[in-house]
Write a protein that binds this ligand. Structure first.
Ligand SMILES: [Zn+2]
Length: 251
């Protein structure tokens, strides 16, 4: 999670892709909700806008990110939330879970669930092909995901993780096509073309800032064929769960 602790947050999502996400979040929040915890709120792009309609608290483990949050805020990790049980009508967690290790993920889901009184709203990249986001350091050879993603989710995995009744869901954003896995591995390992970050990135192993992204006739051919006939899907997945109901049913 170091990547996000270091990141500068001023320009995060400056392209405005957050508007569609924000509109969908507003559609999914049920009527009657007054208090919202935005767990892993980053620079508050969503938090600050939602605060016009709801009593929102932002939570993030990055002090630099929280500087931009204009609502009530808490400096903490989603894996250990310093709030009482059932404190918020709705707890949401957007584009955070994919950055967690397996054990952090289990802790985070338990914490989000514990702090929610009625609803849990989760948003993640939709069935992301993690291998296609891998970069390889040109200096030391270390391979890692450019955005620090460690997890990939589809709806079934979110349902299983939360073990709650799903009330609604949406897929949204630009459509993505996954690569044929074998062709992708060939392009990366044999041809030396990995994901090319178009933003400042440093290798967590050696601090290098050059990444292997060779171009050739062969990589062009592989890229032209690699996604042919593959299904395309919108980039984000959001799901709304009933917490209180599921809690009553479990008793
Ligand atoms: Zn390196």
């Amino acid at each position: 999670m170091d990547l996000f602790a270091q990141k500068t947050w001023e320009n995060y999502d400056a392209a405005g892709l957050s508007r569609e996400r924000l509109e969908t979040i507003e559609q999914l929040i049920p009527s009657g909700v007054q208090t919202v915890l935005d767990a892993g709120c980053g620079n508050g792009a969503i938090t600050n806008t939602l605060a016009q309609r709801y009593q929102v608290t932002g939570l993030d483990f990055s002090p630099a990110a929280l500087e931009h949050v204009q609502t009530a805020k808490i400096l903490a990790s989603v894996t250990s939330i310093p709030c009482a049980d059932h404190s918020f009508d709705l707890v949401m967690c957007n584009e955070v879970l994919e950055h967690l290790t397996d054990s952090e993920l289990i802790q985070a889901i338990a914490e989000l669930n514990r702090c929610a009184k009625t609803y849990l709203l989760l948003s993640v990249p939709n069935s992301e092909q993690l291998a296609s986001g891998l970069v390889r350091c040109a200096n030391c050879g270390y391979v890692f995901h450019a955005y620090g993603h460690l997890q990939s989710f589809d709806l079934a995995r979110l349902d299983a993780l939360t073990n709650l009744r799903r009330m609604d869901f949406r897929v949204l954003g630009p459509r993505q096509r996954s690569f044929y896995p074998a062709l992708l591995r060939f392009r990366q390992h044999q041809l030396g073309q990995w994901f090319k970050p178009d933003f400042a990135l440093s290798c967590p192993h050696c601090g290098g800032s050059e990444f292997l992204a060779k171009k050739s006739i062969l990589t062009k051919t592989v890229n032209a064929c690699g996604r042919l006939g593959r299904p395309s899907r919108p980039y984000w997945l959001m799901a709304l769960y009933a917490v209180s109901e599921s809690r009553k049913a479990a008793k």
